[in-house]
Write a protein that binds this ligand. Structure first.
Ligand code: PLP
Length: 409
């Protein structure tokens, strides 16, 4: 390996591939997924009564430490169901305002808007990228705020202790957006058990996946009943086929999803531990690279979800070369990094347009930390953190090589 960057025609640090995601597919197929899928197919029951989906939901709820889980087709509709359930929304009256962090995927806000809630975008703690509790509290409008929707973004849990105190002080509900944080923990308790309800995604990029899918978690019986009604044509869990208690949609799922999720749930914890071990090693190795700030772990984080390994890039330590030039150079070395969200969510075309047409639906509070973080972020994804120590060393070698070339070249 020479010092010439791969992007300039030099030899890359790495030409080998990265761990397959999801899992090592041929092995998993032989070890049982094929037999289970065959059973569903030959058994002829691919949907209701959803025995496998309900069994998986119970397993996942137990994993999170709550009484109930309700499978959904996506994370987006899981958020919609959770908000509907927690706020007892009927879908027709305006639902009140939900406070969301301005550093997240569009679904966090669009799910609330879809349920006729307005949204207030607030700043994040730049170290964890999760909602800043003080900014959330300052944004509360006693006449209209009804809930806080923290996002455990990249797998780092939001400061749920502080948020719970704020919510209790102001009579607000909390719905956790856990789409990126399967297995993450606050003081030994899993996310999904820390708010009034949690919403997870099992979409293909997620740390637990069935291609598409989601789940609502909650400890509260009434909340669960309302989530079930939203999902299943207004039905009650024990009410039978013709008992429509509320207005609901059809967000039921196929049994095939449950086969994949039940099989993959058995390895989630070990994978999360491995990501945490590799994450700790990488943080240590990158700590001394000037211009790179590795992810910070808040002291309450007993397990990081590591959906992403998020760093901050300081171009003044890289010869003034932009974050995007750095990303392109590291990718060319065989280490696929990305930038993540490129604008505060409130500045996306969809939210700007909505705010223009319906100004009462969108409130944007000052977000200097989000503005800085979107400009300076560089991230690896969770499957890289399932690699070996050698793989981690390649990541460090690529970053160090690119820095040395950009600062001397
Ligand atoms: C933070 C966050 N919330 C919600 C979602 C929505 O999940 P889904 O794509 O399964 O609808 C995602 C998915 O990317 C997400 O990252």
């Amino acid at each position: 390996m020479g010092d010439r960057l791969a992007i300039d025609g030099g030899a890359p640090v790495r030409t080998r591939g990265w761990p397959e995601w999801p899992e090592s597919r041929a092995e998993a197929w032989d070890e049982g997924i094929s037999a289970e899928l065959r059973d569903v197919f030959l058994g002829g029951v691919e949907g209701s009564p959803a025995t496998r989906a309900n069994a998986f939901a119970a397993q996942f709820a137990a994993y999170c430490g709550v009484a109930h889980g309700e499978m959904m087709p996506h994370g987006t509709d899981s958020l919609m169901a959770a908000l509907t359930a927690v706020l007892d929304l009927d879908g027709f009256r305006a639902g009140g305002e939900v406070i969301v962090p301005n550093y997240t995927f569009v679904a966090t806000a669009s799910a609330a808007l879809d349920r006729r809630c307005s949204v207030a975008f607030v700043d994040i703690d730049p170290r964890t990228r999760t909602i800043d509790p003080a900014a959330a509290e300052a944004a509360i409008d006693p006449g209209r705020t009804v809930a806080i929707l923290p996002v455990h973004v990249g797998g780092h849990p939001a400061d749920m202790g502080a948020l719970r105190q704020i919510a209790d002080r102001h009579g607000l509900k909390i719905v956790e957006d856990c789409a990126q944080a399967h297995g993450a923990e606050v003081d030994g308790r899993k996310v999904g058990s820390l708010g009034d309800a949690g919403a997870f995604s099992f979409q293909s990029s997620k740390n637990l996946t069935s291609g598409e899918g989601g789940i609502v978690t909650t400890d509260d019986d009434e909340t669960w009943h309302r989530a079930v009604a939203f999902k299943d044509c207004g039905r009650h869990p024990t009410g039978g086929e013709w008992s429509h208690q509320r207005i609901g949609g059809n967000f039921r799922t196929s049994e095939y999803l449950a086969v994949l999720l039940s099989a993959r749930l058995t390895t989630l914890e070990a994978e999360t531990v491995r990501r945490n071990e590799n994450g700790a090693y990488l943080r240590e190795q990158l700590a001394d690279v000037p211009g790179i700030t590795p992810p910070h772990l808040a002291p309450y984080t007993t397990m990081h979800g590591y959906h992403h390994f998020m760093m901050l890039y300081d171009e003044s330590e890289f010869g003034g070369r932009s974050r995007d030039e750095f990303v392109a150079a590291v990718c060319a070395e065989g280490v696929p990094v990305g930038s993540g969200y490129r604008t505060p969510l409130s500045d996306s075309a969809a939210l700007r347009q909505l705010a223009g047409k319906h100004p009462t639906l969108v409130r944007r509070l000052p977000c200097p930390n989000v503005e800085r973080v979107v400009a300076e972020s560089v991230r690896l994804t969770h499957s890289h953190l399932l690699g070996s120590r050698d793989d981690m060393d390649d990541i460090v070698a690529a970053v160090v090589k690119v820095r040395s070339a950009l600062t001397t070249g």
